[in-house]
Design a protein around this ligand. Structure first.
Ligand SMILES: Nc1ncnc2c1ncn2[C@@H]1O[C@H](COP(=O)(O)OP(=O)(O)OP(=O)(O)O)[C@@H](O)[C@H]1O
Length: 272
């Protein structure tokens, strides 16, 4: 399942689709992220790794607009999106999943995807009443788009099931589907394999590669499983205590003494 070197070279030669420039975020006395920069080439899979509390989720929250950085900026395809709302950023092409599954558990798989798509829907409640026919047509088109994603993720038999009834790994897959329903050009995944067993992890890694290769979506991924990170990433960025301590290919990062030290330090303090 190793990412092909041809794809890696193509990603490296491409332009930077997403640029994060010197972002910082402080919560009271805690500096969650300090002066972090990174560039995400179009078509790449970029992983953000680092020990617990390194600032990975805070960084993702700043890219997706959930946190406003204290310093720095976030640029998508040349457009400064730093101060934009999460829903506007979604419309501009960045979708995300959450570390803890954030589905509507009483709703079906299909309805969860339809809800994920609402940022793409033009017809509001009022216009739906006035232009009922138009809203109907739009609804059918959105439903078809969601059905296509359901087929892509092999969830056909579960489309009418409430998500609460699904196994954990399947709920994670539905969450991926809900993000895909936004039709993103950049997908942010916060620990998509967290809590999964090995088979579920392998399935999810395959879907992430398919999303990237078949649907042409750039992926930024937070993941703790080093095997997965090294297998599917074109580029890896390492954070420790809010700072970027290394960046490079998986091979480069694996050999980096600062990275080895950060992880050794963590396992020592966890043992203590
Ligand atoms: N909303 C918040 N309010 C206060 N402190 C926060 C908030 N969000 C994050 N932090 C703090 O910022 C630091 C970085 O947290 P963050 O969740 O970004 O790290 P992480 O690398 O994603 O960690 P993990 O791997 O454990 O998920 C931590 O000390 C955390 O407690």
């Amino acid at each position: 399942m190793v990412g092909s070197s041809a794809r890696r070279v193509a990603a490296q030669q491409g332009d930077s689709q997403l640029v994060v420039e010197g972002v910082s975020k402080r919560f009271g006395g805690v500096v969650a992220v300090q002066d972090v920069s990174l560039e995400v080439p179009r078509g790449a899979i970029v992983s953000i790794i680092g020990p617990n509390g390194a600032g990975k989720t805070s960084l993702l929250n700043m890219i997706s607009g959930f946190y406003k950085p204290d310093t720095g900026r976030v640029v998508l395809e040349g457009q400064d999106i730093t101060q934009k709302k999460p829903s506007d950023i979604a419309v501009l092409g960045i979708a995300r999943t959450f570390q803890n599954i954030a589905l509507f558990s009483g709703l079906t798989v299909l309805d969860n995807l339809m809800l994920g798509r609402h940022v793409r829907m033009k017809a509001g409640v009022l216009s739906s009443v006035i232009y009922w026919g138009m809203a109907q047509k739009e609804d059918i088109a959105h439903r078809e788009a969601c059905e296509e994603i359901i087929d892509f993720l092999k969830l056909q038999d579960l489309r009418k099931q409430p998500t609460a009834a699904l196994a954990y790994g399947l709920r994670k897959r539905v969450e991926l589907g809900r993000a895909l329903a936004v039709e993103p050009r950049v997908l942010l995944l916060d620990e998509p394999m967290g809590g999964m067993n090995q088979d579920e992890k392998e399935d999810m890694a395959r879907y992430i590669l398919d999303v990237n290769q078949e649907r042409g979506v750039t992926v930024v991924l937070i993941e703790h499983d080093m095997g997965v990170v090294m297998d599917i990433s074109d580029h890896v960025v390492v954070l420790d205590r809010g700072r970027r301590i290394a960046a490079g290919t998986p091979e480069e990062v694996q050999r980096d003494p600062a990275v080895i030290q950060a992880y050794l330090g963590t396992s020592r303090s966890e043992r203590a």
